[in-house]
Write a protein that binds this ligand. Structure first.
Ligand SMILES: Cc1cc2nc3c(=O)[nH]c(=O)nc-3n(C[C@H](O)[C@H](O)[C@H](O)COP(=O)(O)OP(=O)(O)OC[C@H]3O[C@@H](n4cnc5c(N)ncnc54)[C@H](O)[C@@H]3O)c2cc1C
Length: 382
């Protein structure tokens, strides 16, 4: 992969690998079992600069590129996807929209705090009745003098219980044809009327924080508007393209972690007097999965590289997310299979990987939605 990476990328990768092995691996099983959000890791992640990889140094960021950020998320996910999604949602969905669309006052107020881990940020797009059809937002923001009054709700919001700022969408022009007429507001969760639900009980990502939000006559100042009025949906979709690359990186890391565990076990476990990878049903399938992971890796790094070149990555980001997330599900499923009965027992981390993988084909656009995005881009080229 020398065509993509410089020395600084490899140094960063080594640092994150050590951090994940020393600080995350020892607690990963407990976080999952106890459904505990690891608040204690946030200052440590910030201290290593991992909350600010793609942001300029003037805001306290590392001033590195998307490739560097991709490597960070990949390494974290090899050990614990919950920590990886906490960081990915904070950076790609919470902080990046402020960096992209915020005015200087908004950036000054929040970017350095977010990068320093003073608080996290979340992204409130999905609603109980608007997920894949995110333009079907029902939350409303109505002007009242210089303020806005927001009413509505959001569903499945990552980091919602630990955020100091939440970027949320609301309809500001009810007459406009959707998805126009939607705007983004940056809201402090301490605002009266901002109601944070209890943590969702989840199949996987149990060490990450996911909650519903309700807005009950929540009054926010005009300065809470992020970017331009009525084009918030377009802004959020721009942020989501970057988010998809980070979920693709996360999927890649999880798939690699699952494959490594399966390979190792297949070399230790014997049946019928042989190591189990000597049986073609096991060995050749491991090889097939390794090839699929390698294909995903190229797409993920390629999407990151193109983004760094300022190219339009809508299609390739969707392809990377589709390919990597589907491979993550397959790789973790087969890792459980290779472990036999032990794969079904909590002590072995592959069952956690299997549960963590499924959401990757759902969050930040389902696999079906990625295919629709790819098809639309293909048809544009006709
Ligand atoms: C753990 C977790 C964390 C999340 N974090 C966030 C977050 O931080 N912020 C946020 O805003 N959202 C978040 N989400 C929400 C996530 O992005 C949505 O769940 C996802 O986009 C799917 O929306 P939905 O759940 O409403 O499913 P639906 O849109 O109801 O889809 C149901 C099924 O129908 C299929 N479908 C729908 N439309 C089509 C179509 N046109 N063609 C083909 N098939 C279709 C879907 O692919 C899916 O299989 C999170 C979700 C989870 C589970």
């Amino acid at each position: 992969m020398k065509q993509y990476f410089q020395e600084e990328h490899y140094m960063l990768q080594d640092m994150v690998r050590d951090f994940a092995a020393n600080e995350i691996a020892p607690i990963a099983e407990a976080l999952d079992k106890e459904e505990r959000f690891p608040e204690e890791l946030i200052p440590k992640l910030a201290e290593l600069g991992l909350l600010g990889i793609p942001f300029p140094e003037e805001y306290g960021g590392a001033g590195m590129d998307t490739l560097a950020y991709t490597l960070v998320i990949e390494e974290l996910a090899k050990v614990d996807s919950s920590v990886a999604i906490t960081v990915a949602a904070h950076i790609s969905l919470g902080t990046y929209p402020i960096f992209l669309f915020g005015d200087e006052a908004q950036k000054k107020e929040h970017l350095s705090n977010l990068i320093a881990g003073e608080y996290l940020a979340c992204f409130g797009l999905t609603e109980p009745e608007a997920g894949s059809d995110a333009g079907g937002t029902k939350t409303t923001a109505v002007r009242d003098g210089d303020d806005w009054i927001i009413n509505g709700s959001k569903a499945f919001i990552t980091n919602a219980g630990y955020s100091g700022i939440c970027n949320l969408t609301a309809v500001t022009d009810p007459e406009a044809k959707r998805p126009s007429g939607i705007s983004v507001f940056m809201v402090d969760p301490k605002t009266p009327g901002f109601i944070i639900g209890p943590p969702e009980k989840k199949m996987g990502w149990r060490g990450s924080d996911t909650r519903a939000l309700t807005f009950d006559n929540m009054r926010v100042p005009g300065s809470a508007l992020l970017g331009k009025l009525d084009v918030g949906f377009k802004q959020m979709m721009t942020a989501l393209v970057g988010g998809r690359i980070s979920v693709a990186a996360l999927s890649l890391g999880l798939a690699e972690g699952a494959l490594n565990a399966a390979l190792k076990y297949s070399d230790e476990r014997e049946a019928f007097g042989k190591k189990i990878h000597k049986f073609q049903g096991v060995g050749l399938r491991l090889a097939e999965i390794a090839a699929q992971i390698e294909a995903a890796r190229h797409l993920v790094y390629y999407a990151s590289y193109l983004k760094d070149q300022g190219e339009d990555v809508v299609k390739v980001a969707a392809m990377a997310k589709l390919q990597a997330s589907e491979v993550a599900v397959e790789a973790s499923n087969f890792a459980v299979q290779v472990h036999g009965g032990y794969g079904y027992i909590k002590e072995f981390q592959v069952e956690r990987f299997f549960r963590d993988a499924k959401v990757l084909t759902i969050g930040e656009g389902t696999s079906e939605v990625q295919k629709l995005v790819i098809l639309k881009q293909l048809l544009k080229g006709l």
